[in-house]
Design a protein around this ligand. Structure first.
Ligand code: XIL
Length: 394
């Protein structure tokens, strides 16, 4: 069912492209050029990559979305367009239409792009989920997938694409390997192999391991259970009440560190660690502390999917104030760390945030720009922070 939906989703992108091919948006999308707004200008002056995850449909259909994406960010991540099930829906069939659209838009606006993501357990096509492959066959599929996707962007967009989340969410909350098709069929070395193939396919590309932090602990008023499922029987709150910042106390974070150390010891070309930073919390995590192990390993780190949602309901100024603190605490951790130069929020504005879908309509309004496409307190807080970190003379 999920595969069918994904297939329909990719078909619908194609249909949209065909349907719109005679109208303005598609024809002008690759050349749309927007003037930099305040947040992008401040991010540029602070020499920080400030990005947004973007989706194909609103980029095609919503002029305000396009305007905001093109003016207030200097980096883009395709939210879904380069996931396995969309880009490689059938054996030997690749659909780069969505990824190329986003890369063209980034290029037209002088932005960079982070690729997301090559090897993950979600949004896989049916032929992978239902396939009965041997280890060698699945390794060959992984190699072909990585070579083809990276080969496409290396050939056409080497001026735009600077880094890629090679493996996503491979570690479970208890620090063990997540039970996925890659882990089951290939075994522990699938991660090293994925990075090896990515490096072979595009030696200059920065390669990231990306995961969520699992540092959120909920008190009894939380809307989530510890495994991340919604706690429907509990009263609504903003979510986690305590965020841990000591990596060694968080089994997943400790395992991410061990994984990074192992990969480096094997000579694997790992460049950095993406901390997703989906923060369902009124508390603030100290990202400088959480990530302090990264720089000594010679790696970089990034906030790759920053957002912090409010409970569903009327627009809530109190929640937006808390959200501003959470955004700015996380962003400050990056700005103050020499190993971090990238902060990407997971969406452009609240109209299209993934939170309502993900939480069965419990959470929404997770981003720095509102449903009215205007900056929220979180955007103001980031602006002040970027100004404080402006590089003199720039
Ligand atoms: C989410 C997208 O935002 C949704 O549109 C999609 O339905 C599911 O995936 N971690 C990740 C992202 O690495 O790729 C996920 O994106 C959010 C969690």
């Amino acid at each position: 069912m999920k595969g069918l939906l994904l297939h329909l989703a990719s078909v619908s992108v194609m249909a949209l492209l065909v349907a719109c091919s005679n109208s303005d948006p598609v024809n002008t999308l690759s050349t749309s050029k927007f003037e930099a707004g305040p947040l992008r200008t401040a991010a540029d002056r602070a020499q920080i990559r400030w990005g947004a995850a973007v989706s194909v449909n609103p980029l095609l259909m919503d002029a305000q979305y396009r305007q905001l994406a093109g003016s207030e960010f200097n980096t883009l991540t395709p939210e879904n367009a380069l996931k396995f099930g969309i880009v490689h829906p059938e054996p030997g069939v690749y659909d780069f239409s969505g990824g190329d659209l986003i890369a063209d838009f980034a290029r037209a606006n002088g932005m960079k792009m982070r690729g997301h993501t090559l090897i993950w357990h979600q949004q896989l096509p049916e032929w992978i989920n239902n396939g009965q492959f041997t280890r060698d066959e699945l390794i060959a599929i992984m190699r072909e997938h990585i070579y083809t996707v990276l080969g496409h962007y290396r050939e056409r967009y080497a001026d735009v694409v600077i880094e890629w989340d090679v493996v996503n969410e491979a570690i479970a909350a208890d620090g063990s390997r997540r039970d996925t098709v890659w882990q089951r069929v290939i075994g522990d070395d699938y991660i090293a192999l994925a990075f090896q193939f990515a490096h072979e396919a595009w030696p200059e590309l920065a390669l990231y391991y990306n995961d969520f932090e699992d540092n959120q602990f909920m008190l009894l008023d939380s809307t989530f259970n510890l495994d991340g499922t919604p706690a429907l029987d509990r009263p609504k709150g903003i979510g986690a009440s305590v965020l841990l910042s000591d990596c060694s106390l968080i089994p997943k974070c400790a395992a991410m560190r061990s994984l990074a150390e192992e990969l480096l010891a094997q000579g694997i070309a790992l460049s950095g660690i993406g901390f997703q930073a989906h923060i369902a919390s009124a508390a603030s995590a100290d990202y400088a502390k959480l990530t302090e192990w990264v720089e000594p390993l010679g790696l970089k780190w990034a906030l790759t999917e920053l957002d912090t949602p409010c409970p569903v309901g009327p627009l809530d100024a109190a929640c937006f104030a808390v959200q501003a603190n959470t955004f700015s605490a996380a962003a400050r951790g990056c700005l103050e760390s020499p190993a971090c130069d990238t902060i990407v929020q997971w969406g452009v504005n609240d109209t299209y945030s993934w939170w309502p879908g993900f939480t069965f309509d419990l959470f929404e309004d997770a981003l720095a720009f509102g449903r009215d496409y205007q900056p929220k307190p979180a955007a103001d807080a980031l602006l002040a922070l970027f100004h404080q970190h402006a590089i003199p003379g720039d």
